[in-house]
Design a protein around this ligand. Structure first.
Ligand code: CAA
Length: 259
């Protein structure tokens, strides 16, 4: 699978699908081809029964230092409108399996936005995150103003987005933007350990939990609860619900099939 791609590395191991951004010389600056490669593999993993969790990371000293400034510097508004590149980012948000980001070094601009597309973020000590677009005469365009505000609230999001300042991993943790901070050396090991834990859970439960949690961000409570309830009922049509409850009653470990 690896050789097909120019800007990412792809691997599948023990039911975990790995996507690694691979332009280390430019700190994994995200060009359009890289986004379409990431999305195409993520969609493949999403339909692959051998993959239960997807891990996204960056090769070298950064997760990603932003969208590729060289690529977009001469674009006009109409070029961007016609390219409609953000539709690829939208597709990433539609991935149904858990997507874990293992982030180290820098996650700036589009790199931070890519990280914010993940369901969980495990971040190496010393990592800096932020939206420096304001220093380039632009602003985030791949969800940054929306996702950061939903995570940390208007007051702090406005401060980070206006200033373009770098947020430390500690600050990101404090404001609920990331899940945990891990030493640089152990980042992948700990991320994989957590991903492995998820591979042992019933995949359909994870899928419908993800869908329901994401709805909670946008739905009023009552509508969200109705949505959750339908998903809860739906799981009673799965073999894994029968297996999970039978295993509990028979005092043994369940064997989930994702059906
Ligand atoms: N685009 C293109 N190239 C980039 C890049 C980017 N976003 N970020 C880094 N690079 C390149 C550098 O040009 C440099 O290339 P050369 O060796 O050929 O000169 C190489 O990566 C290494 O970078 P530095 O020498 O700058 O490394 P450093 O350690 O001194 O600094 C940094 C690291 C602070 C991250 C700095 O590279 C930097 O400020 N990068 C730009 C960050 C940024 O502004 N990101 C936002 C982009 S706009 C965006 O993302 C829009 C959106 O919402 C979609």
């Amino acid at each position: 699978m690896n050789n097909q791609f120019e800007h990412i590395l792809v691997e599948k191991q023990n039911q975990i699908g790995f996507i690694t951004l691979n332009r280390p010389k430019v700190l994994n600056a995200i060009n359009r081809k890289m986004v379409s490669e990431i999305v195409s593999v993520a969609l493949q993993f999403d339909r692959d029964d051998d993959v239960r969790v997807i891990v996204l990371s960056g090769n070298g000293r950064a997760f990603a230092a932003g969208a590729d400034i060289d690529e977009m510097s001469n674009d006009s508004s109409i070029d961007l409108e016609l390219l409609n590149q953000f539709v690829d980012w939208d597709r990433l948000a539609l991935i149904k399996k858990p997507l874990i980001g293992a982030v180290q070094g820098f996650a700036f601009g589009g790199g931070f936005e890519l990280a914010l597309c993940c369901d969980l973020l495990f971040v190496a000590e010393g990592t800096e995150l932020g939206f420096p677009e304001v220093n380039l005469g632009v602003m985030p365009g791949a969800g940054g103003t929306q996702r950061l505000t939903k995570l940390m609230g208007k007051t702090k999001a406005m401060e980070w987005l206006f200033s373009g300042d770098r947020m430390s991993a500690q600050e990101a943790l404090q404001y609920g933007v990331i899940n945990r901070i891990i030493s640089k050396e152990l980042l992948m090991e700990e991320t994989i350990k957590f991903a492995k834990k998820l591979t042992e859970k019933p995949p359909l439960s994870l899928r419908l939990i993800k869908e329901s949690v994401l709805k909670a961000v946008d739905y009023p409570l009552y509508e969200g609860m109705q949505f959750e309830r339908k998903n809860f009922y739906l799981l009673f049509s799965s073999e894994d619900q029968k297996e999970g409850m039978r295993a509990f009653i028979e005092k043994r470990n369940p064997n989930y099939k994702g059906k």
